[in-house]
Ligand binder design. Structure first.
Ligand SMILES: Cc1cc2nc3c(=O)[nH]c(=O)nc-3n(C[C@H](O)[C@H](O)[C@H](O)COP(=O)(O)OP(=O)(O)OC[C@H]3O[C@@H](n4cnc5c(N)ncnc54)[C@H](O)[C@@H]3O)c2cc1C
Length: 222
């Protein structure tokens, strides 16, 4: 939820993380920051129950140029905002990409949104999605059914719906191609306690609401 702090209309979501931290401390939870739970650490602590909430990592496919200096991973936007130019390509039209594109449009940037599927954010909440699409229409140039093939300093080379190669121009590319569960962390820790439960994005990349509910149910089951 740290990545929400640079997006004004998502500020409350960022503050939710702070609220949960405060509530956890009030409930007597000991929080150990800068502490990586490894199998050795878990063995030393010898817990009776372990809830694995290790989250996810950004999905960065092996597309040529995606490791270039003109690319920012959407999760890192809050740290690298100053690097964003005036003509931005958001690569990936899921919920995170759409919200980032709207935010950049509201900041006065010219924004191109590339999505290979025919629809934007198809998994978005049924009430939220029409509002999202209305803002997209206002602030963003949309390129659906465009498949990104290569990132270059001039923009993203795509295959359009007719199969033609076309360059979508832009000086900065925001990579918003999804998240992948930290299954390596989960597998390493799976046998570290008599009771183990995997919750949130570590189990399935999803939403804050689901992560919170799964955590609540896991705690009830101990
Ligand atoms: C750009 C973006 C925008 C999003 N917007 C929304 C939104 O608007 N609404 C919504 O509902 N969801 C949104 N999501 C999804 C939401 O952020 C996740 O579903 C939610 O944060 C999952 O919570 P989690 O606790 O499972 O994992 P995370 O929030 O990812 O937390 C996992 C934590 O575990 C830590 N960790 C990992 N391995 C270890 C280890 N071995 N030892 C110790 N710590 C470890 C990580 O450093 C991380 O801090 C968004 C996601 C992204 C990327």
């Amino acid at each position: 939820m740290k990545s929400e702090q640079a997006t004004p209309f998502k500020r409350e979501m960022y503050e939710l993380g702070k609220t949960y931290e405060r509530l956890a401390r009030q409930a007597g939870v000991e929080i150990r920051l800068n502490t990586e739970v490894t199998p050795a650490y878990a063995a030393k602590e010898n817990p009776q129950a372990l809830i694995i909430a290790a989250g996810s990592r950004p999905l960065v496919p092996p597309i040529k140029g995606l490791d270039g200096d003109n690319v920012i991973i959407v999760n890192q936007y809050y740290k690298e905002k100053a690097k964003v130019g005036n003509h931005v390509i958001v690569f990936g039209g899921g919920l995170a990409g759409c919200e980032c594109a709207i935010h950049l449009g509201q900041e006065g940037k010219e924004v191109e949104l590339i999505e290979m599927r025919p629809a934007l954010a198809p998994d978005a909440n049924i009430r939220h999605r029409p509002l999202l699409l209305a803002q997209i229409e206002k602030y963003v140039h949309v390129h659906t059914q465009y498949k990104g093939l290569e990132v270059t300093p001039e923009g993203v080379l795509c295959q359009d719906p007719q199969g033609q190669r076309i360059l979508v121009p832009g000086d900065t590319v925001i990579c918003a191609l999804g998240q992948r569960s930290r299954t390596d962390v989960v597998e390493a820790l799976r046998d570290s306690a008599p009771f183990v439960r995997v919750i949130g994005d570590a189990a399935k990349v999803s939403t804050i609401t689901n992560a919170v509910y799964w955590g609540y149910w896991a705690a009830l089951d101990i």
